[in-house]
Write a protein that binds this ligand. Structure first.
Ligand code: SAH
Ligand code: SF4
Length: 416
């Protein structure tokens, strides 16, 4: 394991992603109302904006290609030579405002994992994590600044909700990751972003409209969107049943991950407070509806917490719930957070849990703990202001089971 590296830090304020120089954010916008950005709009809507500025509609397509195909940063306007200089300024102002400023960049794993803390124009804080693997590159994005679901083992939940992110604020995290990989800014040479997991800060289905619009934008080919394969996209939910059902009807072939963490309502009520509203049976019924509608296997997420939910009886109960279903289990050894004294299950306990599930015929993988030393692992994203130290532990890889059953790799070893 390599020590963490602070690549950049700006306790006094945000820096430009392109130049590393401090920049001034426009703080005149009302809190909670991010500026309109082309990624918020459909292709037609962008073309209308261009026309409203007295420019030909195709200028919006040109600008969209710079953003989605060439991955040009908002600072690099000189690269947009096909846009006449006179019209470029108004077009950029109307469609390509800078939404996110990096305040801190940390890396570990010999530069293969990078966490970026962002600040929005109205001061909300969020984080994303880019992870490079031999066969793929994944970005873990935030859908909200903070989270209102209050799961006690999760650092994001411990901090509460600041606000929903806009579609473009979500898309921008992905475009940034694609740019970083293409420009060889991460170790391992030039890379192509293959996977996006909505496992960063926030509950994606509590920000339904912005998240589904972001999914569409990520899938659509340029100039409409980024052109990623829907197979590489995973939305993780705490179990908001009506929204899960609605998502099943969207025809978006993305993978659904359901954060279960306990097979019984008594314990799940404690670990996942929203369970008192939508209990295990309802959450799983909605998950199977999703599997049926999408034809895709649902990933059941289960954080293993020492002495809390890791007993073999619960592995059995979980297996009973999942037998015969289009699902697999992704176990996450609990990552430590400041606000909770719970610990990850001991390795022997983890192995026993896995063994029982597999004996019962349930496809099971164990996520690695990549990113722990920079507080970038599952449940550790808290987006604290730069300069404030937080307690982090060294990473220990318990088991690095691959997605042996051919499941989409983003469901496994993914960090948030
Ligand atoms: N809100 C969504 C998505 C973000 S959380 C959800 O809960 O599904 C992404 C994953 O990290 C979830 O499966 C969540 O349960 C898990 N997680 C949260 N805190 C964790 C922790 N401390 N250790 C391990 N996994 C954690
Ligand atoms: Fe929110 Fe997910 Fe954390 Fe629960 S686990 S508090 S839903 S981010």
């Amino acid at each position: 394991m390599t020590p963490m590296t602070v690549e950049s830090e700006s306790p006094d304020g945000p820096m430009s992603a392109g130049t590393g120089r401090p920049v001034r954010l426009s703080l005149t916008r009302r809190a909670g109302r991010p500026a309109r950005h082309l990624a918020d709009l459909s292709r037609d809507e962008r073309r209308q904006v261009a026309v409203s500025l007295g420019q030909p509609a195709f200028r919006a397509d040109q600008l969209s290609r710079h953003y989605f195909a060439r991955l040009v940063d908002a600072d690099e306007t000189e690269a947009m030579t096909d846009l006449p200089e006179g019209g470029r300024g108004p077009l950029l102002e109307a469609l390509l405002p800078r939404l996110l400023m990096p305040t801190r960049t940390l890396s570990c794993d010999d530069g293969l994992t990078r966490k970026i803390a962002w600040r929005t124009a109205d001061g909300a804080l969020l984080e994303s994590v880019i992870m490079r693997y031999p066969d793929r590159a994944t970005v873990c994005v935030s859908s909200q600044a903070g989270c209102g679901m209050g799961c006690p083992f999760c650092a994001t939940g411990q901090g509460g909700l600041t606000r929903n992110l806009s579609t473009a604020e979500i898309v921008e995290q992905v475009v940034h990751a694609a740019r970083v990989l293409r420009r060889r800014e991460l170790a391992g040479g030039e890379g192509r972003l293959s996977n996006v997991v909505f496992m960063g800060m926030g509950e994606p289905l509590a920000n339904y409209t912005a998240v589904t619009a972001a999914l569409r934008r990520l899938i659509a080919p340029p100039p409409e969107g980024l052109g990623l394969s829907a197979r590489g996209l995973t939305v993780s939910t705490v179990g908001l049943v009506p929204a899960m059902r609605r998502l099943a009807g969207e025809g978006l072939p993305v993978t659904l991950a359901v954060s279960l963490h306990a097979p019984d309502d008594e314990l799940r009520d404690e670990l996942v407070p929203i369970n008192t509203r939508w209990p295990v049976a309802e959450v799983l019924a909605a998950a199977w509806e999703y599997a049926e509608a999408s034809g895709r296997r649902v990933s059941i997420e289960y954080a293993l917490i020492d002495g809390v939910n890791d007993d073999v009886a619960r592995a059995d109960a979980l297996a009973t719930l999942l037998t015969g279903r289009l699902a697999h289990v992704n176990l996450i050894p609990l990552n430590p957070t400041d606000g909770s004294s719970w610990q990850a299950s001991a390795p022997a306990g983890q192995r026993a849990f896995v063994r029982r599930l597999r004996q019962r015929g349930i496809a099971t993988t164990v996520r690695d703990t990549r990113g722990r030393e920079i507080a970038a692992a599952c449940g550790q994203l808290a987006a604290e202001p730069a300069g404030r130290a937080r307690h982090v532990e060294s990473a220990t890889t318990v088991e690095a089971a691959g997605a042996a059953d051919g499941s989409p790799a983003h469901g496994n070893r993914v960090l948030r």
